[in-house]
Ligand binder design. Structure first.
Ligand code: SF4
Length: 429
């Protein structure tokens, strides 16, 4: 093999790696879980889950803190008699929606969120949303998406929700960058500061906070996702004439710089301006990662498929924190969105798509990685077997994007290794 072909392989990373496709038993939260962070990102929306008491319990326990606040989500419980009469279920739904809207002036969106029970009894929530928009619009738009665990993992709930909004967005011809994906306010503010420093003509974010006004979309819109699980949303935006700009995701110093550089290139930002805006935060991010990453260097990591963040996070841990990836599993591999991170991921790990939990656990036990990133349900049994774990759901709840969070992101992975080292040394956490 000559030098050139070696260089080529290095530059394509895992792009051409064979993908192990698995279909079997799954252990993931359903799409309803995403309501826990979506309701914070959309202060003028209400999420009405049309489901069973199980769905209500999931939401209450996943979002337990909300019992202290006026919640902006609820559950319209389907009782057993609803299974016999869909007409009654629709009448009850209309009543509950009217009540929610009357109690909350200022609502702009009400989402009917489908669940396993509503899908099983074939309650047509898409049609119900049209009927209710006709009744309550234009003040409140009623939209439908599915969060059912039959079809979705927990991050797909956000994708389905945002994809449902896209057809309702007003049209614009203006040149703009549309950043897609729910972010904590502090992270969104940082992203906006960086992008406005680069001098982009206009920047919008979907989902939009109430005060930033409605987002418009059209042929002058360049879309950059901040989460790799937004494939349906990007497809819906493309149907509205927008251009999707793939880039590594803004995790860590390298990912953030590559993401910003893609935006800068698309809008013709001069290199010296790019350097002026990014040099200082890049250096800060590198220092912050170095301060956290010592326990990660030279250690191995195994990602079980859960959040769909696995590929960009594996890129971050291997290239910026000195870890070795043994296996990177993801529930769905959106090649268009995850491609740039896959190309940067150093060749070597198994790449798997889908879930067959028993076979994957067998591989974890055989490989005995230093750190396993997995869903909540799998973490305790693996810890009991002496393996250090990280809950992947925490990476979706926590502020982890862009430069100022890069050190915290490394710290989230370092903590379980530090804790295990302390336990092994006979100390206490
Ligand atoms: S939508 Fe399905 S998986 Fe999710 S809580 Fe309800 S019944 Fe359970």
């Amino acid at each position: 093999m000559n030098d050139e072909s070696v260089a080529l392989r290095a530059s394509t990373g895992c792009s051409d790696a064979p993908v192990l496709r698995e279909r079997g038993q799954r252990e993931v939260f359903c799409g309803l879980t995403s309501i826990v962070w979506l309701h914070r990102a959309m202060p003028d929306a209400f999420f009405l889950v049309v489901g069973s008491r199980t769905c209500a319990h999931l939401l209450q326990s996943a979002a337990g803190v909300m019992i202290f606040a006026e919640p902006r989500f609820g559950t319209a419980i389907l009782e057993e008699q609803d299974l016999a009469g869909l007409a009654d279920a629709n009448a009850e739904l209309d009543r509950v929606v009217a009540e929610v809207i009357a109690r909350r002036p200022g609502l702009r969106h009400l989402f009917l969120v489908g669940s396993c029970p509503s899908e099983v009894i074939k309650l047509d929530l898409a049609r119900a949303a049209e009927r209710l928009t006709a009744r309550h619009g234009p003040a409140v738009r009623v939209l439908y998406y599915s969060g059912s665990g039959i079809e979705t993992t927990f991050t797909q709930g956000e994708d389905a929700c945002l994809a449902a909004i896209v057809p309702t967005l007003p049209e614009t011809d203006a040149l703009q960058l549309l950043v897609v994906g729910a972010m904590p306010d502090i992270v969104e503010d940082q992203a906006r500061r960086l992008l406005s420093g680069l001098g982009l003509p206009a920047v919008a974010v979907l989902p939009s906070r109430a005060e930033s006004g409605p987002v418009a979309v059209g042929p002058g819109t360049v879309v950059m996702a901040v989460q790799p699980f937004l494939g349906d949303t990007c497809a819906a935006l493309r149907r509205r004439g927008a251009t999707i700009l793939p880039a590594p995701f803004p995790f860590g110093e390298e990912g953030t710089t590559a993401w910003l550089r893609a935006a800068a290139s698309a809008f013709g930002v001069a290199p010296d301006r790019f350097a002026a805006v990014t040099d200082a935060p890049r250096a800060r991010a590198r220092r912050a990662i170095a301060a956290q990453a010592a326990p990660l260097r030279g250690r191995s990591v195994f990602f079980l498929p859960d959040s769909q963040l696995e590929i960009p996070l594996a890129r971050f841990l291997t290239r910026e924190c000195g870890m070795t990836a043994i296996e990177v599993g993801t529930p769905f591999l959106h090649r268009e969105l995850a491609g740039p991170d896959l190309a940067l991921l150093p060749a070597g790990p198994r790449i798997s798509e889908g879930q067959d939990v028993d076979r994957q656990l067998d591989r974890v036990r055989a490989d005995r990685p230093d750190l396993t990133v997995c869903g909540l349900g799998l973490a305790n049994p693996l810890e009991a077997e002496g393996l250090a774990t990280k809950w992947s759901i925490e990476l979706v709840f926590s502020p982890v994007h862009f430069y100022e969070q890069a050190g915290d992101l490394a710290g989230l992975f370092a903590r379980p290794l530090r804790r295990r080292a302390l336990l092994q040394a006979g100390g206490r956490t």
